[in-house]
Design a protein around this ligand. Structure first.
Ligand code: AMP
Length: 400
Protein backbone atom coordinates (compact mmCIF):
# COMPACT_ATOMS: atom_id res chain seq x y z
CA UNK A 1 0.00 0.00 0.00
CA UNK A 2 1.37 3.45 -0.94
CA UNK A 3 2.01 5.57 2.12
CA UNK A 4 2.05 9.29 2.58
CA UNK A 5 5.30 9.23 4.62
CA UNK A 6 3.87 11.78 7.04
CA UNK A 7 5.18 10.01 10.16
CA UNK A 8 8.28 10.97 12.12
CA UNK A 9 10.17 8.45 14.23
CA UNK A 10 12.05 9.83 17.23
CA UNK A 11 15.01 7.93 18.65
CA UNK A 12 16.78 8.63 21.91
CA UNK A 13 19.62 6.17 22.30
CA UNK A 14 21.40 5.63 25.62
CA UNK A 15 24.24 3.28 26.54
CA UNK A 16 21.97 0.32 27.33
CA UNK A 17 18.55 1.64 26.35
CA UNK A 18 16.76 3.10 23.38
CA UNK A 19 13.56 5.14 23.62
CA UNK A 20 11.37 5.76 20.61
CA UNK A 21 8.13 7.48 19.60
CA UNK A 22 6.33 7.57 16.29
CA UNK A 23 4.26 10.64 15.50
CA UNK A 24 1.66 10.80 12.72
CA UNK A 25 1.47 14.13 10.90
CA UNK A 26 1.33 16.97 13.42
CA UNK A 27 -0.42 14.88 16.09
CA UNK A 28 1.02 15.52 19.52
CA UNK A 29 0.46 12.02 20.87
CA UNK A 30 2.71 9.23 19.65
CA UNK A 31 0.88 6.47 17.75
CA UNK A 32 3.47 3.98 19.01
CA UNK A 33 6.14 4.61 21.62
CA UNK A 34 8.26 2.64 24.02
CA UNK A 35 11.74 1.60 24.86
CA UNK A 36 14.28 -1.15 24.56
CA UNK A 37 16.15 -1.75 27.80
CA UNK A 38 18.99 -3.80 29.30
CA UNK A 39 20.52 -3.88 25.83
CA UNK A 40 23.50 -6.20 25.60
CA UNK A 41 22.38 -8.00 28.79
CA UNK A 42 20.51 -11.29 29.09
CA UNK A 43 17.16 -9.73 30.01
CA UNK A 44 17.15 -7.25 27.14
CA UNK A 45 13.63 -6.50 25.92
CA UNK A 46 11.57 -4.23 23.75
CA UNK A 47 8.44 -2.63 25.16
CA UNK A 48 5.91 -1.19 22.72
CA UNK A 49 3.06 1.05 23.83
CA UNK A 50 0.14 1.58 21.52
CA UNK A 51 -3.01 3.34 22.74
CA UNK A 52 -3.49 1.72 26.14
CA UNK A 53 -1.88 -1.58 25.18
CA UNK A 54 1.65 -2.62 26.10
CA UNK A 55 3.57 -5.44 24.42
CA UNK A 56 6.88 -6.79 25.73
CA UNK A 57 9.19 -8.62 23.37
CA UNK A 58 12.22 -10.52 24.70
CA UNK A 59 15.42 -9.67 22.85
CA UNK A 60 17.43 -12.50 24.46
CA UNK A 61 20.58 -10.53 25.09
CA UNK A 62 20.19 -8.50 21.91
CA UNK A 63 22.00 -5.19 21.56
CA UNK A 64 20.96 -1.83 20.02
CA UNK A 65 21.14 -3.26 16.54
CA UNK A 66 18.83 -6.17 17.42
CA UNK A 67 16.43 -3.80 19.18
CA UNK A 68 16.14 -1.41 16.24
CA UNK A 69 15.71 -4.23 13.75
CA UNK A 70 12.99 -5.79 15.93
CA UNK A 71 11.33 -2.39 16.25
CA UNK A 72 11.31 -2.03 12.46
CA UNK A 73 9.71 -5.48 12.14
CA UNK A 74 7.05 -4.48 14.67
CA UNK A 75 6.30 -1.27 12.79
CA UNK A 76 6.11 -3.24 9.54
CA UNK A 77 3.64 -5.68 11.10
CA UNK A 78 1.51 -2.64 11.96
CA UNK A 79 1.81 -1.29 8.42
CA UNK A 80 3.65 1.75 9.79
CA UNK A 81 7.18 1.28 8.47
CA UNK A 82 6.56 2.80 5.04
CA UNK A 83 4.73 5.72 6.63
CA UNK A 84 7.99 7.00 8.18
CA UNK A 85 9.16 10.10 6.31
CA UNK A 86 11.96 11.24 8.63
CA UNK A 87 13.81 10.22 11.79
CA UNK A 88 14.68 12.70 14.54
CA UNK A 89 17.54 11.81 16.86
CA UNK A 90 18.02 13.31 20.28
CA UNK A 91 21.69 14.23 20.66
CA UNK A 92 22.83 15.45 24.06
CA UNK A 93 25.83 17.60 23.18
CA UNK A 94 26.21 19.77 20.09
CA UNK A 95 29.08 21.84 21.52
CA UNK A 96 29.40 25.33 20.02
CA UNK A 97 29.17 23.86 16.54
CA UNK A 98 25.47 22.93 16.38
CA UNK A 99 23.19 25.90 16.99
CA UNK A 100 20.16 24.22 15.43
CA UNK A 101 18.75 20.90 14.28
CA UNK A 102 20.94 19.48 11.49
CA UNK A 103 20.45 16.92 8.74
CA UNK A 104 22.67 13.94 9.46
CA UNK A 105 25.27 12.62 7.05
CA UNK A 106 28.63 10.94 7.55
CA UNK A 107 30.47 14.26 8.05
CA UNK A 108 27.96 15.60 10.61
CA UNK A 109 28.06 12.28 12.43
CA UNK A 110 31.84 12.47 12.65
CA UNK A 111 31.57 15.99 14.09
CA UNK A 112 29.08 14.82 16.72
CA UNK A 113 31.36 11.92 17.59
CA UNK A 114 34.26 14.32 17.93
CA UNK A 115 32.24 16.19 20.60
CA UNK A 116 32.14 13.03 22.74
CA UNK A 117 34.86 14.43 24.98
CA UNK A 118 32.24 16.92 26.23
CA UNK A 119 29.61 14.23 26.94
CA UNK A 120 31.43 10.89 27.23
CA UNK A 121 28.39 9.07 28.62
CA UNK A 122 25.88 10.36 26.11
CA UNK A 123 27.24 11.29 22.68
CA UNK A 124 28.83 7.91 21.84
CA UNK A 125 25.52 6.14 22.62
CA UNK A 126 23.58 8.75 20.61
CA UNK A 127 25.94 8.26 17.66
CA UNK A 128 25.61 4.48 17.88
CA UNK A 129 21.82 4.84 17.62
CA UNK A 130 22.13 7.15 14.60
CA UNK A 131 24.51 4.81 12.77
CA UNK A 132 22.25 1.78 13.21
CA UNK A 133 19.08 3.73 12.38
CA UNK A 134 20.67 5.17 9.23
CA UNK A 135 21.48 1.63 8.17
CA UNK A 136 18.09 0.18 9.02
CA UNK A 137 16.10 3.14 7.70
CA UNK A 138 18.45 4.25 4.96
CA UNK A 139 15.82 5.72 2.62
CA UNK A 140 14.61 8.62 4.82
CA UNK A 141 16.33 11.79 6.09
CA UNK A 142 17.77 11.62 9.60
CA UNK A 143 17.95 14.81 11.68
CA UNK A 144 20.01 15.52 14.79
CA UNK A 145 18.30 17.63 17.46
CA UNK A 146 20.62 18.81 20.21
CA UNK A 147 19.87 19.39 23.91
CA UNK A 148 22.36 22.24 23.88
CA UNK A 149 21.28 24.19 20.76
CA UNK A 150 18.55 26.27 22.41
CA UNK A 151 21.14 27.72 24.80
CA UNK A 152 23.58 28.92 22.13
CA UNK A 153 22.04 32.40 22.46
CA UNK A 154 23.40 32.75 26.02
CA UNK A 155 25.82 35.71 26.14
CA UNK A 156 29.46 35.09 26.93
CA UNK A 157 29.31 36.77 30.34
CA UNK A 158 26.77 34.12 31.38
CA UNK A 159 28.39 31.10 29.79
CA UNK A 160 32.07 31.77 30.54
CA UNK A 161 33.63 30.00 33.51
CA UNK A 162 36.16 32.12 35.38
CA UNK A 163 39.12 29.96 34.37
CA UNK A 164 42.23 30.69 32.27
CA UNK A 165 41.84 31.25 28.54
CA UNK A 166 43.54 28.05 27.47
CA UNK A 167 40.70 26.03 29.03
CA UNK A 168 38.03 28.34 27.66
CA UNK A 169 39.64 27.98 24.22
CA UNK A 170 39.30 24.21 24.64
CA UNK A 171 35.51 24.57 24.88
CA UNK A 172 35.22 24.47 28.67
CA UNK A 173 32.16 26.69 29.18
CA UNK A 174 28.54 26.50 30.25
CA UNK A 175 26.40 24.92 27.51
CA UNK A 176 23.12 24.05 29.23
CA UNK A 177 20.79 21.12 28.51
CA UNK A 178 17.09 20.22 28.30
CA UNK A 179 17.07 22.77 25.47
CA UNK A 180 14.33 21.01 23.50
CA UNK A 181 12.08 21.05 26.56
CA UNK A 182 12.83 24.68 27.50
CA UNK A 183 12.28 25.81 23.90
CA UNK A 184 8.98 23.93 23.63
CA UNK A 185 7.68 25.16 26.99
CA UNK A 186 8.73 28.74 26.22
CA UNK A 187 6.56 28.73 23.08
CA UNK A 188 3.62 27.12 24.86
CA UNK A 189 3.89 29.69 27.66
CA UNK A 190 3.49 32.59 25.23
CA UNK A 191 0.20 31.01 24.05
CA UNK A 192 -1.08 30.02 27.47
CA UNK A 193 -0.31 33.35 29.11
CA UNK A 194 -1.17 35.53 26.11
CA UNK A 195 2.28 37.16 26.12
CA UNK A 196 3.79 39.39 23.44
CA UNK A 197 6.13 37.01 21.55
CA UNK A 198 8.61 39.88 21.04
CA UNK A 199 8.50 41.31 24.55
CA UNK A 200 8.41 38.88 27.45
CA UNK A 201 10.59 37.25 30.05
CA UNK A 202 10.23 33.81 31.62
CA UNK A 203 12.04 31.56 34.02
CA UNK A 204 11.34 27.92 33.19
CA UNK A 205 11.99 25.21 35.78
CA UNK A 206 12.28 21.77 34.19
CA UNK A 207 12.20 19.49 37.24
CA UNK A 208 12.56 15.74 36.74
CA UNK A 209 15.21 13.16 37.47
CA UNK A 210 17.48 15.70 35.82
CA UNK A 211 16.54 19.31 36.50
CA UNK A 212 17.47 22.68 35.09
CA UNK A 213 16.13 26.23 35.10
CA UNK A 214 16.45 28.69 32.23
CA UNK A 215 15.85 32.41 31.76
CA UNK A 216 14.11 33.01 28.42
CA UNK A 217 13.90 36.45 26.86
CA UNK A 218 11.57 36.80 23.86
CA UNK A 219 11.92 33.11 23.03
CA UNK A 220 15.70 32.94 23.46
CA UNK A 221 17.69 31.35 26.27
CA UNK A 222 19.81 33.99 28.04
CA UNK A 223 21.02 31.99 31.04
CA UNK A 224 20.64 28.49 32.41
CA UNK A 225 21.58 26.43 35.44
CA UNK A 226 23.34 23.46 33.81
CA UNK A 227 26.90 23.85 32.62
CA UNK A 228 29.55 22.00 30.67
CA UNK A 229 27.70 18.84 31.72
CA UNK A 230 24.22 18.20 33.13
CA UNK A 231 25.72 18.03 36.63
CA UNK A 232 25.77 21.74 37.47
CA UNK A 233 22.93 23.68 39.06
CA UNK A 234 19.84 22.35 40.80
CA UNK A 235 19.52 19.46 43.25
CA UNK A 236 18.44 16.51 41.07
CA UNK A 237 17.41 12.88 41.59
CA UNK A 238 20.92 11.49 42.01
CA UNK A 239 23.04 14.47 40.89
CA UNK A 240 24.39 16.96 43.40
CA UNK A 241 24.06 20.06 41.24
CA UNK A 242 26.28 22.89 42.55
CA UNK A 243 28.94 22.01 45.09
CA UNK A 244 32.09 23.85 46.08
CA UNK A 245 34.84 22.27 43.91
CA UNK A 246 37.01 22.60 47.02
CA UNK A 247 34.81 19.97 48.68
CA UNK A 248 35.84 17.54 45.95
CA UNK A 249 39.55 18.19 46.52
CA UNK A 250 38.91 17.59 50.21
CA UNK A 251 36.95 14.33 49.69
CA UNK A 252 39.51 13.05 47.18
CA UNK A 253 42.41 13.79 49.54
CA UNK A 254 40.76 12.46 52.69
CA UNK A 255 39.14 9.34 51.24
CA UNK A 256 41.52 8.72 48.34
CA UNK A 257 38.72 8.72 45.76
CA UNK A 258 39.69 8.50 42.11
CA UNK A 259 38.25 10.84 39.48
CA UNK A 260 35.84 8.12 38.35
CA UNK A 261 34.70 7.51 41.92
CA UNK A 262 34.07 11.23 42.38
CA UNK A 263 32.11 11.20 39.14
CA UNK A 264 29.92 8.36 40.45
CA UNK A 265 29.52 10.06 43.84
CA UNK A 266 28.23 13.30 42.33
CA UNK A 267 26.27 11.90 39.38
CA UNK A 268 24.73 8.78 40.89
CA UNK A 269 24.79 8.88 44.68
CA UNK A 270 23.98 12.50 45.49
CA UNK A 271 21.03 14.83 44.97
CA UNK A 272 17.72 13.79 46.53
CA UNK A 273 19.11 10.28 47.03
CA UNK A 274 22.22 11.46 48.85
CA UNK A 275 20.37 14.00 50.98
CA UNK A 276 17.54 11.68 51.99
CA UNK A 277 19.50 8.45 52.26
CA UNK A 278 16.25 6.94 50.99
CA UNK A 279 15.34 7.58 47.36
CA UNK A 280 15.92 9.71 44.27
CA UNK A 281 12.19 9.74 43.58
CA UNK A 282 10.26 12.84 44.56
CA UNK A 283 6.97 10.99 45.02
CA UNK A 284 8.56 8.49 47.43
CA UNK A 285 10.14 11.35 49.35
CA UNK A 286 6.89 13.28 49.62
CA UNK A 287 5.19 10.22 51.14
CA UNK A 288 8.12 9.60 53.49
CA UNK A 289 8.27 13.26 54.51
CA UNK A 290 4.55 13.17 55.35
CA UNK A 291 5.37 10.35 57.77
CA UNK A 292 8.17 12.34 59.34
CA UNK A 293 11.28 10.92 57.62
CA UNK A 294 13.93 13.54 58.43
CA UNK A 295 16.11 12.80 55.40
CA UNK A 296 13.15 13.14 53.05
CA UNK A 297 12.13 16.46 54.60
CA UNK A 298 15.67 17.81 54.25
CA UNK A 299 15.99 16.60 50.65
CA UNK A 300 12.77 18.30 49.56
CA UNK A 301 13.54 21.58 51.31
CA UNK A 302 17.12 21.65 50.03
CA UNK A 303 15.84 21.04 46.49
CA UNK A 304 13.32 23.87 46.83
CA UNK A 305 15.89 26.20 48.39
CA UNK A 306 18.32 25.72 45.50
CA UNK A 307 15.54 26.09 42.96
CA UNK A 308 14.23 29.32 44.47
CA UNK A 309 17.77 30.69 44.63
CA UNK A 310 18.32 29.86 40.96
CA UNK A 311 15.00 31.34 39.86
CA UNK A 312 15.90 34.54 41.69
CA UNK A 313 19.36 34.61 40.10
CA UNK A 314 18.15 33.82 36.60
CA UNK A 315 15.59 36.64 36.80
CA UNK A 316 18.52 39.08 36.91
CA UNK A 317 19.32 38.10 33.31
CA UNK A 318 15.92 39.44 32.25
CA UNK A 319 14.72 43.03 31.89
CA UNK A 320 11.23 41.85 32.89
CA UNK A 321 9.77 38.74 34.45
CA UNK A 322 6.28 37.80 33.28
CA UNK A 323 6.07 34.27 34.59
CA UNK A 324 7.68 31.30 36.23
CA UNK A 325 6.80 28.06 34.47
CA UNK A 326 7.05 24.57 35.96
CA UNK A 327 7.54 21.47 33.82
CA UNK A 328 9.07 17.95 33.98
CA UNK A 329 7.85 15.04 36.13
CA UNK A 330 8.13 16.98 39.40
CA UNK A 331 7.20 20.41 38.00
CA UNK A 332 4.08 19.01 36.30
CA UNK A 333 2.90 16.82 39.16
CA UNK A 334 4.04 18.05 42.55
CA UNK A 335 1.71 20.76 43.86
CA UNK A 336 3.74 20.70 47.05
CA UNK A 337 7.11 21.49 45.40
CA UNK A 338 5.46 24.30 43.41
CA UNK A 339 3.80 25.74 46.53
CA UNK A 340 7.00 25.59 48.58
CA UNK A 341 9.00 27.21 45.76
CA UNK A 342 6.52 30.02 45.17
CA UNK A 343 6.39 30.68 48.92
CA UNK A 344 10.13 31.44 48.66
CA UNK A 345 9.64 33.89 45.79
CA UNK A 346 7.69 36.56 47.61
CA UNK A 347 10.01 39.20 46.17
CA UNK A 348 8.38 38.63 42.75
CA UNK A 349 4.86 39.18 44.08
CA UNK A 350 3.40 35.84 43.03
CA UNK A 351 0.08 34.95 44.61
CA UNK A 352 -0.62 31.24 44.29
CA UNK A 353 -4.11 30.00 43.49
CA UNK A 354 -3.99 26.98 45.83
CA UNK A 355 -7.00 25.28 44.31
CA UNK A 356 -5.76 25.43 40.70
CA UNK A 357 -2.29 24.42 41.83
CA UNK A 358 -3.68 21.28 43.45
CA UNK A 359 -5.44 20.35 40.20
CA UNK A 360 -2.32 20.48 38.03
CA UNK A 361 -0.96 16.97 37.52
CA UNK A 362 -0.94 14.20 34.95
CA UNK A 363 -0.25 16.40 31.94
CA UNK A 364 -2.66 19.26 32.69
CA UNK A 365 -1.48 22.75 31.81
CA UNK A 366 -2.65 26.00 33.31
CA UNK A 367 -1.98 29.21 35.20
CA UNK A 368 -1.58 28.59 38.94
CA UNK A 369 -1.20 32.21 40.08
CA UNK A 370 -4.24 34.16 41.24
CA UNK A 371 -5.56 36.93 39.02
CA UNK A 372 -3.87 40.19 40.00
CA UNK A 373 -0.61 38.41 40.85
CA UNK A 374 2.29 40.72 39.86
CA UNK A 375 4.17 37.80 38.28
CA UNK A 376 2.33 34.78 36.88
CA UNK A 377 3.09 31.14 37.59
CA UNK A 378 2.08 28.31 35.29
CA UNK A 379 2.39 24.57 34.74
CA UNK A 380 3.09 23.34 31.21
CA UNK A 381 3.51 19.67 30.33
CA UNK A 382 6.65 19.27 28.28
CA UNK A 383 6.68 17.11 25.15
CA UNK A 384 10.31 16.78 24.10
CA UNK A 385 9.66 13.96 21.66
CA UNK A 386 7.04 15.96 19.79
CA UNK A 387 9.31 19.00 19.76
CA UNK A 388 12.03 16.84 18.17
CA UNK A 389 9.47 15.55 15.63
CA UNK A 390 8.67 19.18 14.75
CA UNK A 391 12.34 19.80 13.97
CA UNK A 392 12.61 16.69 11.80
CA UNK A 393 9.28 17.03 9.95
CA UNK A 394 10.42 19.78 7.53
CA UNK A 395 12.97 17.34 6.11
CA UNK A 396 10.32 14.85 4.95
CA UNK A 397 10.65 14.31 1.21
CA UNK A 398 14.11 15.95 1.07
CA UNK A 399 16.34 13.61 -0.85
CA UNK A 400 19.96 13.92 0.26
P1 AMP B 1 10.99 12.88 34.82
O1 AMP B 1 12.47 12.64 34.85
O2 AMP B 1 10.62 14.17 34.15
O3 AMP B 1 10.21 11.71 34.31
O4 AMP B 1 10.51 13.07 36.35
C1 AMP B 1 10.65 12.06 37.31
C2 AMP B 1 10.37 12.65 38.69
O5 AMP B 1 9.00 13.13 38.73
C3 AMP B 1 10.50 11.63 39.81
O6 AMP B 1 11.22 12.21 40.90
C4 AMP B 1 9.06 11.39 40.23
O7 AMP B 1 8.93 11.05 41.58
C5 AMP B 1 8.46 12.77 39.98
N1 AMP B 1 7.00 12.69 39.96
C6 AMP B 1 6.22 12.09 39.06
N2 AMP B 1 4.91 12.15 39.45
C7 AMP B 1 4.90 12.81 40.65
C8 AMP B 1 3.88 13.20 41.56
N3 AMP B 1 2.62 12.91 41.34
N4 AMP B 1 4.25 13.87 42.68
C9 AMP B 1 5.54 14.16 42.90
N5 AMP B 1 6.55 13.83 42.08
C10 AMP B 1 6.24 13.16 40.96
Amino acid sequence: MAKDQSHVLIINCGSSSLKFSLFAGEGRTAVVSGLAENLGHSESRLILKENDAKVTIALDGGNHDAALRRLMDSLKERDLLDAIGAVGHRIVHGGERFVKATRLDAAVLDEIEALSYLAPLHNPANVLGVRIAMEVLGWVPHVAVFDTSFHMTIPQAAHAYAIPQTYRDAGIRRYGFHGTSHGFVAKEAVELLGLDAKDHGLVIAHLGNGSSATAVLNGESVDTSMGLTPLEGLVMGTRSGDIDPGALFHIAREDGLTIDELDTLLNRKSGLLGLSGLSNDCRTLESAAAEGHGGAVLALYAMVHRLARYIGGLATSLPRLDAIVFTGGIGENSASVRRKTIARLEVFGITLDEETNAQMYGGRCGVISASGSRTAAAVIATNEEWAIANEARPYIGNAS
